[in-house]
Design a binder for this molecule. Structure first.
Ligand SMILES: *Cc1c(COP(=O)(O)O)cnc(C)c1O
Length: 377
């Protein structure tokens, strides 16, 4: 089946005898046993729930994994992932990570004895490996600077060094990029973003390539308990049905906006991987089938950045991304506030940088909104 069909139909198991065309929301916390020592396959909803299982099967098939585990947020998924490691272990991460992942690693995992090195390129990642290294954790394209890492090159290094290779695929989704096929072992998602796609549910996923890893994560999830509720599971299942059409349109609009922004005199840099001038353009073309709907750009001064945030009318100044509503964020003050200032600025995340998540509004309306917000008053 092609991915568009998988998005719409998901897992064919609907747990229903009425012919319902969509999966029901099973609110049951617990399930009755037919006899002593027997189970319907469901015992208690922290362990597994039919609505959630349907979604997990769908996400696993979209990413080409052997299984997926749904969590109550992307950060709950990342946090569960860190439970795979022990004190003394070292993880090499791509630099310019999602701010929350960085905060988790620096403020919580470090306290628990896990150490981290941040690296920008496949070569730097290889050079950062020590005898204590157990895993490589990357995000590509990166947030918010849209740096692209060659997943296959990092996979080769990880394989040669016997490391678990984890990729956060939130920005491109399996519609555009499938890290497991390129050699990753685990894919991480904030389902809050493109998978859900409607800015109305918070969710996270870990998808594993091999059954052993999948089983380890499942034990962590049922033991630590940050599972996705049946209602949220339903919302994300419903969101995924339109993933392909949403992303096609969001990408088309993003490309039009990126081209227009690049010619605006108050804009000093546009970071969009679909622009041929972007450093990640070639790699993305090689490893993925698209460029996504995220753009970041720098303006000439901080006042102009503040003006845009305060004057946009259709685009909303709000954190998050990937939904039908276009959102603009101020990474220095929002998503990346916990990254030390000097490090943040060295990465280009300063008071002149804005990040735009392109929604499903008309491209012309979005461009006009940005242009009016930049005008002198
Ligand atoms: C939002 C996000 C997360 C965290 O997910 P939540 O659902 O907000 O907990 C992780 N990685 C990336 C790239 C994100 O954008």
């Amino acid at each position: 089946m092609n991915i568009e069909t998988l998005c719409v139909h998901g897992s064919d198991k609907k747990y229903d005898t009425t012919g319902s065309v969509c999966v029901p929301i099973f609110t049951a916390a617990t399930f009755a046993h037919p006899a002593v020592g027997e189970s319907t396959g469901f015992d208690y909803s922290r362990v597994q729930n039919p609505t959630r299982e349907h979604l997990e099967h769908t996400v696993a098939s979209l990413e080409g994994g052997c299984g997926a585990i749904a969590f109550s947020s992307g950060m709950a998924a990342t946090s569960a992932l860190t439970e795979l490691f022990s004190p003394g272990n070292h993880i090499v991460c791509s630099a310019d990570l999602y701010g929350g992942s960085y905060r988790l690693f620096e403020q919580i995992s470090k306290k628990n004895g896990i150490s981290f090195t941040y690296a920008d390129t496949p070569e730097e990642i290889a050079a950062a490996i020590t005898p204590a290294t157990k895993a490589v954790f990357i995000e590509t394209p990166s947030n918010p600077m849209m740096h692209v890492l060659d997943i296959a090159a990092v996979a080769k290094t990880a394989r040669e060094n016997n490391l678990l290779f984890i990729a956060d695929n939130t920005f491109l989704t399996p519609y555009f990029q499938r890290p497991l096929a390129l050699g990753a072992d685990i894919v991480l998602h904030s389902g809050t973003k493109y998978l859900g796609g409607h800015n109305d549910a918070v969710a996270g996923f870990l998808v594993a390539k091999n059954p052993d890893v999948c089983e380890k994560i499942r034990v962590i999830a049922k033991t630590t308990g940050a599972i996705l509720s049946p209602f949220e599971s339903y919302l994300i299942t419903r969101g995924i049905k339109t993933l392909a059409v949403r992303l096609e349109r969001q990408q088309k609009t993003a490309l039009a906006i990126a081209h227009r922004l690049a010619t605006q005199e108050k804009i000093t840099a546009v970071h969009y991987i679909g622009l041929p001038t972007h450093p990640g353009f070639e790699i993305t073309r090689k490893q993925s089938s698209g460029f996504g709907g995220m753009i970041s750009f720098s303006v000439c001064d901080e006042q102009t950045a503040v003006n845009i945030l305060e004057r946009v009318k259709i685009i909303q100044y709000a954190e998050s991304l990937g939904g039908v509503e276009s959102l603009i964020t101020y990474p220095a003050l929002q998503t990346h506030a916990d990254v030390p200032e000097n490090e943040r600025i060295a990465r280009g995340i300063d008071g002149r940088l804005l990040r735009l998540s392109v929604g499903l509004e008309s491209a012309d309306d979005l461009i006009a909104d940005l242009m009016q917000a930049m005008e002198e008053v």
